[in-house]
Ligand binder design. Structure first.
Ligand code: MN
Length: 257
């Protein structure tokens, strides 16, 4: 525990150097847009209010793999609703019970103390903000990672194909709504898991079986694929591999010790 605390102190100090004492939603949104997620969990939203970050590409940019209408509704309606309802839930929540400010770090570390509206919408806002940056318009050479993440995936799972199979299995087998994750644990290991609803691997909950820093995330709620794929979640998972932003995944993997 002491080691964990000192690591956290180090991360907080590192983040403070990067962001200074400025607390602005614009910085949070810029960090989301750039995929600079190692810092986003520490930043306080302006006056406790979160805002919807813009998509880092056009609504039709992931065609033909993820369709324009799905992206419009998913970002403008679903994600916006998580932001709106998160802000609403914070109006009546005593943030002193989670460390004094509604940063994602404070919310997720104290996830067991959060009322359902905060847990669900806080998770929903963070997870979707992360998810957008983990996709990118399909282009030659984008279908596979390179560098240290590739090495770690190959070493852990045997091959990239085997990793995709296991990640796809986690996404397929998540019953109902939830997310599939590739996570870097506090001892530096890569593990695959899934969470229900809008829970995520940063949440300090017994029901979250795979804890650590998200490296890759896939939304498997039906709203993420039903318009194009109807009930065929497997088709949607296959499409996802064409638009993965491996550069963001690599930066997330590299950002944590
Ligand atoms: Mn979603």
């Amino acid at each position: 525990m002491e080691k964990e605390n000192s690591r956290r102190d180090f991360l907080i100090k590192s983040a403070a150097l990067v962001i200074g004492s400025i607390t602005a939603s614009s910085i949070l949104n810029k960090a989301f847009a750039s995929g600079n997620f190692a810092e986003t969990i520490f930043i306080e939203p302006d006056g406790g209010k979160f805002t919807l970050p813009a998509l880092p590409y056009g609504y039709d940019a992931l065609e033909p793999h993820i369709d324009k209408m799905t992206m419009e509704i998913h970002h403008d309606k679903h994600h916006q609703a998580y932001v709106t309802n998160l802000n609403k839930a914070l109006e009546t929540f005593d943030v002193s019970t989670i460390g004094g400010s509604p940063t994602f770090e404070n919310m997720f570390n104290n996830a067991g103390k959060l009322p359902p509206a905060l847990r669900n919408n806080g998770g929903g806002h963070y997870n979707h903000s992360l998810f957008w940056t983990l996709m990118t318009p399909p282009k030659a050479g984008a279908a596979a990672p390179s560098g240290k993440l590739t090495d770690a995936i190959t070493k852990t799972f045997g091959s990239m194909d085997e990793f995709k199979k296991q990640f796809g299995d986690a996404a397929t087998k998540r019953f109902g709504s939830g997310w599939a994750w590739l996570v870097k644990t506090s001892d530096g290991k890569l593990v695959i898991g899934s969470t229900a609803n809008q829970d995520n691997p940063l949440m300090n909950l017994d029901s979250v079986e795979v804890k650590g820093t998200p490296v890759l995330a896939l939304d498997v709620w039906e709203h993420a694929y039903y318009l194009k794929n109807q009930n065929r979640r497997a088709d949607y998972i296959a499409s996802f591999w064409n638009v993965v932003n491996w550069e963001t995944a690599e930066s997330l993997y590299a950002a944590t010790k």
